[in-house]
Design a protein around this ligand. Structure first.
Ligand SMILES: C[S@@+](CC[C@H](N)C(=O)[O-])C[C@H]1O[C@@H](n2cnc3c(N)ncnc32)[C@H](O)[C@@H]1O
Length: 257
């Protein structure tokens, strides 16, 4: 840990990536709105329907926000995550014993068997910060899918329309306990999300790098991996995807043999 000043602390990255013990300890609480059944039930409905009688692979399973309710619907779930700390939090929860997890990078890690659906939600494809890694991720998924199987991604549409010319910073969250500022590096399609959070009376800074990516580029990655776009929505209840949509839920299919 590096102390920047009396009121701001910066935490260094270690083997868990950016989701270390400190982040894992607060993850569920700080993402409480994402655990709300009103938000989560449509996600689980959507994925359970695609899974059918098959198995599901979650890339970046984290603390099991989606995997646990999906497994409770009777879908066998296997997760991949590089953060032992996040997975330790999953392991504390009831129902986790039904879920297998492999620790590793989801762009390259392989697991046994095939899946009818693989999914990567909550903007997590952006945690792969190079185009090569994102392409590798699509290829890795395609190798794990059964013929006819689907890959689902939930991701923001890059918010460049909201960035005035010449500016690089955009506040995406402002509250007395949490300030979130996105810093764009447009030439490199990079985005760093800076989170200033009030913890025990002091602001702590966590800065996470992302590679932002447009839907069309993802379609090309899918094509390179031998998949094709099947559906694109702006939400899990299959709301239409339009020019005003701020996020998308996209489904690519591995062709049936
Ligand atoms: C925003 S959390 C999402 C967790 C869970 N999917 C959810 O929706 O709550 C992102 C997760 O992806 C994991 N992750 C990020 N990059 C990864 C990578 N390259 N390989 C494996 N896991 C990764 C992090 O450790 C973290 O647990």
């Amino acid at each position: 840990m590096v102390v920047l000043s009396e009121s701001v602390r910066f935490f260094a990255v270690h083997d868990d990536g950016y989701f270390d013990e400190r982040v894992a300890a607060r993850y569920d609480e700080s993402s409480a709105d994402m655990f709300d059944p009103a938000m989560l039930d449509p996600v689980v409905d959507f994925l359970a329907q695609l899974a059918g009688d098959g198995r599901a692979l979650e890339l970046g399973i984290g603390t099991g926000r989606v995997a646990l309710p999906l497994a409770q619907r009777g879908v066998p779930v296997h997760g991949i995550d590089l953060s032992q700390s996040m997975v330790a939090k999953l392991r504390e929860k009831s129902g986790a014993e039904a879920i297998d997890v492999t620790i590793g990078d989801f762009a390259t890690t392989t697991v046994e068997g095939t899946f009818s659906v693989a999914y990567l939600v909550f903007n997590t494809i952006g945690n792969l910060t190079t185009q090569a890694a994102q392409v590798a991720c699509f290829r890795n998924v395609a190798e794990h899918l059964e013929p006819g199987g689907c890959f689902v991604i939930e991701l923001h549409v890059p918010e460049l329309q909201r960035l005035p010319p010449g500016e690089t910073m955009r506040v995406f969250h402002a509250s007395p306990t949490h300030w979130g500022i996105d810093e764009f590096d447009i030439a490199n399609q990079g985005l760093t999300s800076h989170h200033f959070e009030l913890v025990d009376g002091r602001f702590e800074l966590l800065s996470i790098p992302f590679r932002y990516v447009w839907p069309a580029e993802l379609d090309l990655m899918a094509q390179l991996a031998g998949m094709r776009l099947r559906e694109r929505w702006s939400g899990w209840k299959r709301e239409p995807f339009t020019s005003e949509s701020t996020k998308h839920v996209s489904v690519w299919e591995k062709p049936p043999t």
